[in-house]
Design a protein around this ligand. Structure first.
Ligand SMILES: Cc1cc2nc3c(=O)[nH]c(=O)nc-3n(C[C@H](O)[C@H](O)[C@H](O)COP(=O)(O)O)c2cc1C
Ligand SMILES: CC(C)CC(=O)C(=O)O
Length: 378
């Protein structure tokens, strides 16, 4: 990892080490990928004010997230199928987050189960929930998150209809999964990855296997899961989740001021301004484009988290300047995981941490609380 200096280096290493179908699943977006590109392009358009001769010798990244101390304003976002980027990927990512002193969010669509992670890490983590049609299953899943002592529930609300990812279809990441000679060859030339995944605790959705009959049958499990996304989901379901989850609630996938106001009314502690990393509504504006309006409208009533296109500490600084209290990393750490397991995720976090510290120094800022629109050039 010595010559890895930026997230793009981790991305290229991930691309080399992991079969194409799984790399593309992580890397790509929905439809024409306009929103995926806009997330990056709009962040890069935001320029900083360079300030000089300010004593920046005592820069400090520490902050609070949902009232808890955090070493920096970063969170590992829920990312599905991490265990396919690296054997036991969820455990590796959670360990790296905990070693760095930041929260890890486990996806409903994880390969390791809630219990697998809880039994393998030192501290509590967050759980992300997709509300599926089978509400009995969802209630049981929330109860499992409570039993595992998860400290926050991140309710994702932007995937009741699934945006098509063309590349996943071309790669046979469909239901049922497609096995072609070229795919088998692609696996065969990556024996390190194959061995890691085979040594992992599980090779299918760990939170769901066990609930579906014949779970050994991957096709049945995938079909059940795909059919379970619930197009009827609405704000009443959020109230129901509120009634069965006693802890801190985060609503993830807010992209509109009116929805942000409704999220405040649910009594949730935080919302995530997110377009699911350009994987859902293609043609939506970038997350950074909508952040200032949402922060101005509700930032004094609810904690604002942000994601979408964060690949550097500079990007974190941009989002904090425009009203976010913390940022979720998605692909940035998934690339690290594919590139090198726990060490790769640790590297991703460290790269972003150092970039943020340097950017703060060059903008004449010492603390996270000081970062506001004044650090941006007109
Ligand atoms: C491969 C992949 C899988 C994802 N799976 C989930 C998921 O299971 N649940 C969820 O709430 N968000 C999921 N997301 C969205 C992320 O939580 C986050 O919103 C997004 O990655 C942020 O954009 P970025 O990747 O540009 O940082 C996924 C994102 C990626 C890249
Ligand atoms: C299994 C997927 C629905 C997980 C997800 O949220 C994503 O791929 O963006």
């Amino acid at each position: 990892m010595k010559h890895i200096t930026c997230i793009e280096d981790l991305r290229l290493l991930h691309k080399r080490r992991v079969p194409k179908a799984f790399f593309d699943y992580a890397d790509r977006g929905s439809y024409a990928e306009e929103t995926l590109r806009a997330n990056r392009e709009d962040l890069q358009k935001i320029k900083f004010r360079q300030r000089i001769l300010v004593d920046v010798s005592k820069r400090d990244l520490s902050t609070t997230i949902l009232g808890e101390p955090s070493s920096m304003p970063l969170i590992l976002a829920p990312v599905g199928l991490l265990g396919m980027q690296h054997g036991d990927g969820e455990i590796h990512a959670c360990r790296a987050a905990q070693a760095a002193g930041i929260p890890f969010t486990q996806s409903t669509m994880s390969i390791c189960s809630i219990e697998d992670i809880a039994g393998s890490v030192e501290k509590p983590f967050w759980f992300q929930l997709y509300v599926m049609k089978d509400r009995g299953f969802i209630k049981a899943l929330v109860e499992r998150a409570i039993a595992a002592k998860c400290t926050a529930l991140c309710l994702t609300v932007d995937l009741q209809v699934i945006g098509q990812r063309h590349q996943d279809i071309k790669n046979g990441m469909s239901v049922p999964p497609e096995w072609t000679l070229s795919k088998l060859f692609d696996f065969a030339i990556r024996p390190g990855w194959v061995q890691g995944v085979l040594q992992g605790k599980r090779r299918t959705f760990g939170n769901i296997a066990g609930h579906v009959k014949n779970t050994e049958d991957l096709t049945k499990l995938s079909a059940w899961t795909a059919a379970q996304f619930d197009t009827s989901l609405n704000w009443k379901d959020v109230d129901w989740i509120r009634s069965i989850w006693p802890g801190k609630l985060i609503i993830k996938g807010i992209h509109d001021i009116e929805d942000a106001k409704l999220a405040v009314e649910t009594g949730a502690q935080a919302l995530v301004v997110s377009n699911h990393g350009g994987r859902q509504l293609d043609g939506a504006p970038s997350s950074i484009h909508v952040l200032p309006g949402i922060a101005d409208a509700v930032g004094d009533k609810i904690e604002i988290m942000f994601d979408g296109g964060i690949r550097s500490g500079q990007d974190v600084m941009r989002a904090l300047a425009l009203g976010a209290k913390s940022c979720m990393l998605g692909r940035a750490y998934a690339y690290g995981l594919g590139a090198g397991g726990q060490a790769g995720v640790a590297k991703a976090i460290d790269i972003i941490r150092n970039e943020l510290l340097t950017t703060m120094g060059l903008c004449g800022v010492n603390t996270v609380a000081e970062i506001d629109r004044k650090v941006l050039a007109d």
